[in-house]
Structure formats: C-alpha cells, structure tokens
Write a new protein. Structure first.
Ligand SMILES: NC(=O)c1ccc[n+]([C@@H]2O[C@H](COP(=O)([O-])OP(=O)(O)OC[C@H]3O[C@@H](n4cnc5c(N)ncnc54)[C@H](OP(=O)(O)O)[C@@H]3O)[C@@H](O)[C@H]2O)c1
Length: 337
C-alpha cells in the first residue's frame, strides 16, 4: 500500500495526541509525520512510533510535499491554514466547524456516506462529536424505516472542550473536595459537581451553536434534509465520553427487538442492552473504545411510531480522531488518496 506524508495541525492538543496514537494503532501507512501547533509549542519534542519528532509552528508554507493533513486546532486556524494545505496538494481532513456546512465540502462519517469524499475540493470535514455518535446509530434504522423527528439531549464530557478543560475539571474537583473555591477559567461556571446547559455560543433562536450543529450536520450526512431535530446539549463533569438520550419518531412503528437486530449488524455500533442485569452504555466504559454503544432501547410511550434509546461513545476517538482517520482509510481503499 502507498505510504503517505502526513501532517497533524494541533498535534499537542487532545485530538492531535489521539491522532498520533490511532495512526500507530491502525498501522496507517505513513512515509513521514509532521507535527504542527502554535508558536507556544514550537520546538517541543513528541514521541511518535518510537521516534522523537519536533513540533513546528504552523505557517502558510508548512504543507509542501504532504499528502494528507489532519487539522484539529480550532475553527480560526482551519479557516486560515487549511486552504494553504489544500492548495499545496494535500487532502485536508478538518475537525473544526470551519467548512462543515460549505456545500462544496463533504461532511463524512465513513459508516454512512464515504462516497461523498469523491467530490472533495481539497478539504473534507469531520462532523461534530455529538453528531457523529448519534448518526452512526440512527442511519441504519433510517434506511429501514425513514426517521421523521429526533429529540436529543446530550451529556458531554469536558474532553470535548480540549486539554485545558480536562485540567479544569480535575483541579476544581480537588478544590471542592478540599473545601476551597473552585474558580472557573475555561467554562463560565464551575464544572466540578455541576452541569452547564451551554456548549458553544447562544444563537438568536435560543439554541446554542452546538445544538444547531446536531440539526444541520445530521441532515447533511444522512442526505435527509427533512428530518425534524431538536437538541439540548449539556456539559457534564465526566472526563471522556459523550452520552445522549435520543427519542426517534419513524414513519412506521418499529419494535425495540427489530431495532436491536438492525443495530447488532450495523458497522461501528455495539448493542449493550440488558438493563435488568445493569448492562447499558456508559461513558466510562466507552472511553478508549472505537465503537459507538447503544442500549435502553424501548418504545417511546409518547408516540406509536417512536423509540427511545441511550447512546455513548468516546468523543475524542469516534467523535474526532478515529472518524478522521477512517475518512482517510475510506479514501485510500477507493484509490482517492
Ligand atoms: N476534543 C474533542 O472531543 C473534539 C471533538 C471533535 C472536534 N474537536 C475539534 O478539534 C479541535 C481541537 O480540539 P482539542 O480538543 O484537541 O483542543 P486542545 O486540546 O485545546 O488543543 C488545541 C490544539 O490547537 C493548537 N493551536 C492553538 N492555536 C493554534 C494556532 N494559532 N496555530 C496552530 N495551532 C494552534 C494547540 O497548540 P498549542 O499547544 O501550541 O497551543 C493544540 O495543539 C477544535 O476545533 C475542536 O472543536 C474536538
């Protein structure tokens, strides 16, 4: 298999570090790896595949000779630098929200719409973490019985905000337990022993941007522009793993047994559904795993065509780095990279 020259922008961050780990774990065919971050981290040494590599400051000239560049350094960095990488001839897989809703940019979850990658213009967008884990479960059901409406409430871990937020949960939890003040820096309020119904900024319609991403991105990935979706996204004091309570209305009734059968066969999904034996998905057990876990599948008592379910996944892996690498793998398999 062809070996690629790979760049990682945001290599010192939560997602960038996971990219480095997963490249190795999945034996991705790499000819060379180039690590980029801000000027703050330039010169830092990072071990990749038993080799010490030096982090470089990201610049417009960083991308010459690279085949594939993963961006996970925030929307502003992607907006500015990703077009330079694409113009230098690399395929960009971007983790930020910068290009997701651009009609010329494919937004891809490889279990659902890998074929959309074919028509890229240099940049392919990785969806938002909470969207990815929801659509991986909903799409196989939608193919059998089209979904009309989704109500989703999320319980999102602090790792979704990056490394400084993980540190903030740890330090403020210690402070609270020691009876000391827990000063927030990353979040607007204390996150330790608390929950914040605010992820990303508020929009004029009263939803947050994170909630609106779940609406627009789900429709784009599933090629289902008419699905009605309402989301409430909540930051909770867990470290890794996002959870979602999802209520789905189908065109026709679907029994929990049929949904379980479909999801047992679905790629990237594991059914964990023996509630009386206390078997159901949890963020703690989803952390570090590649699959998206679903359980508590039951009839929605409020609608004859409805099902309710509980979904958990590792937001840094399937919600970010793993999905990004799977995009690259899907393109390589098809000879597009
Ligand atoms: N965490 C998740 O679960 C998750 C899931 C999906 C998508 N994402 C997206 O992935 C991106 C990164 O998230 P993260 O959680 O990894 O954040 P993070 O832990 O805070 O890391 C941010 C990374 O960006 C780099 N960076 C910051 N400013 C830069 C600049 N001007 N030029 C180049 N690099 C710069 C940082 O480098 P320094 O160390 O030098 O500051 C660091 O490597 C965000 O767009 C986020 O929305 C995250």
């Amino acid at each position: 298999m062809k070996e690629l020259h790979v760049g990682i922008v945001g290599a010192t961050g939560m997602v960038g570090q996971e990219f480095i780990k997963i490249l190795d774990q999945r034996h991705f065919p790499v000819a060379s790896i180039h690590l980029f971050a801000s000027d703050k981290s330039a010169g830092k040494s990072v071990t990749v595949r038993q080799q010490k590599l030096t982090v470089q400051e990201t610049s417009e000239d960083s991308f010459k000779g690279l085949d594939l560049v993963f961006f996970s350094a925030g929307t502003d960095v992607s907006k500015h630098f990703a077009p330079f990488a694409a113009r230098a001839g690399a395929v960009v897989v971007d983790n930020s929200a910068a290009f997701r809703m651009d009609p010329d940019t494919p937004l891809v979850v490889p279990e659902i719409n890998p074929e959309d990658c074919e028509h890229h213009h240099g940049i392919i967008a990785n969806p938002n973490c909470s969207t990815i884990q929801m659509v991986v479960v909903l799409y196989p059901l939608h193919k059998v019985n089209p979904i009309k409406r989704v109500i989703v409430d999320t319980y999102q871990s602090v790792s979704g905000t990056g490394l400084p937020a993980v540190e903030e949960l740890k330090s403020t939890s210690r402070a609270v337990l020691d009876g000391k003040p827990a000063e927030p820096h990353v979040y607007p309020h204390q996150i330790a022993f608390n929950m914040l119904p605010e992820i990303d900024v508020f929009m004029e319609n009263g939803y947050t941007k994170e909630e609106w991403k779940m609406v627009t991105e789900t429709r784009k990935i599933m090629h289902a522009p008419d699905i009605a979706i309402s989301a409430t996204c909540v930051r909770v004091p867990s470290l890794i793993g996002h959870s979602e309570a999802v209520h789905v209305e189908f065109t026709r009734p679907m029994s929990p047994g049929e949904a379980r059968r479909i999801l047992t066969e679905a790629p990237g999904v594991k059914v964990q559904d023996e509630p009386t034996a206390h078997v159901y998905p949890m963020p703690w057990t989803a952390a570090g795993q590649d699959d998206t876990f679903v359980g508590r599948i039951r009839e929605d008592a409020s609608h004859p065509n409805g099902l309710a379910m509980w979904i958990c996944a590792d937001n840094v892996r399937k919600g970010a780095a793993l999905n990004g690498l799977q995009i690259a793998e899907a393109m390589m398999e098809r000879g597009w990279l």
